[in-house]
Design a protein around this ligand. Structure first.
Ligand code: MRU
Length: 335
């Protein structure tokens, strides 16, 4: 069977998997070949492929490749468990691996069917999210966003950035403020790159400039993505999201979380149960492995995500519609 699937940052071509190295963007556009499950685990851990939905799809592609290489059902199961362990906070990865494990019969080839369906589904979920979200935005809005939630983070148009792009095309967004997103600069490198490619007028700011920009009355709404949404609406997303939500509340700015159902975790009652990934000190002591500025003996704390309490969230833009936090359970994916 010839399988060809392609998104902006991920490709499956006749049993070969390729990843656009997001650590090199935007300076270099380099595709990396992934040959083994271990290759994919390393690429996910190093954030060469990133964004909650896309790491799930990348892991799925890796399992498909493994099957095409002749892996047995037992080997596929062991590989899925290994892939889940690479990044603990983004629940899409676990959800996708669970979907495959639940449907695995005695024939490993079912992974090829399931994998293709999951890829196409993510594209469609992004489309639905973009349409629901864009309906919320009117006038000449200026939107602030965080991290990268676009086509580099999903198989499709994106989540929060997908909404922004759709609303821009409908002439309801006039400008975007992108926060740089320390320590790995997904906003400064990746969101700025996507906005530039889409010719969307934007301003890049350091994360500590967000309060001032809000106080100056420049922002009409804030849209962010999610890595895991608990049953009560508490939301884990890139570290710094919580600060933006607090600032938004203070300044009376609507703050929306944008995600597909694959980011919802019905097994997680509240944010307290969400495991937060802790990453290497080097990411804080310098920048992208290229320069170091902190003394070697300085201690570092580097949580990759934080949890925004549901009470700070104005609403959830999901693939099935827009929900206020108190009605989130009605979205159908939290049972
Ligand atoms: O560490 P990253 O770059 O994978 O973190 C990404 C985010 O936090 C995104 O906001 C989230 O995954 C949603 S992407 C549609």
């Amino acid at each position: 069977m010839q399988i060809n699937l392609e998104s902006l940052a991920l490709r499956y071509q006749n049993g070969e998997v390729f990843v656009l190295d997001q650590q090199l963007l935007p300076l270099e556009e380099k595709w990396l070949a992934c040959h083994t499950i271990d290759d994919m685990c390393d690429m996910i851990k190093a954030l060469k492929v990133r964004g909650a939905p896309l790491i799930g799809i990348a892991a799925v592609f890796s399992l498909m490749q493994f099957v095409e290489q002749g892996a047995t059902v037992a080997e596929v199961k062991a590989a899925a468990i290994k892939l889940v362990a690479t990044r603990p906070t983004a629940v899409n990865l676990k959800n996708y691996m669970d979907t495959i494990l639940q449907q695995l019969t005695t024939d490993p080839d079912v992974v090829l069917q399931i994998g293709q369906a999951l890829f196409h589904e993510d594209v469609e979920l992004c489309e639905n999210i973009a349409n629901h979200g864009a309906n919320l935005i009117s006038g000449d809005a200026t939107i602030m966003t965080y991290c990268n939630t676009g086509s580099l983070a999903t198989a499709g148009v994106g989540t929060a950035l997908g909404v922004i792009k759709r609303a821009y095309l409908q002439q309801n967004v006039k400008h975007v403020y992108a926060c740089e997103t320390r320590p790995l600069l997904q906003g400064g490198r990746l969101t700025a790159w996507e906005l530039s490619k889409a010719n969307i007028p934007h301003t890049l700011i350091c994360d500590n400039m967000a309060a001032m920009v809000m106080a100056q009355g420049k922002i009409n709404g804030i849209l962010v993505g999610a890595d895991r949404i608990a049953k009560n609406g508490d939301t884990a997303n890139k570290i710094g999201t919580y600060s933006l939500a607090v600032l938004a509340k203070h300044h009376g700015i609507p703050f929306y979380v944008v995600a597909p159902y694959t980011t919802l975790d019905p097994k997680c009652a509240s944010g307290k149960e969400i495991e937060i990934e802790l990453r290497n000190a080097d990411e804080v002591k310098g920048a992208l492995g290229k320069i170091t500025w902190a003394p070697t003996q300085s201690e570092v704390y580097n949580p990759s995500f934080d949890v925004t309490p549901a009470e700070l969230i104005s609403g959830f833009i999901l693939d099935v519609g827009v929900f206020a936090p108190k009605y989130l359970s009605e979205c159908g994916a939290l049972c």
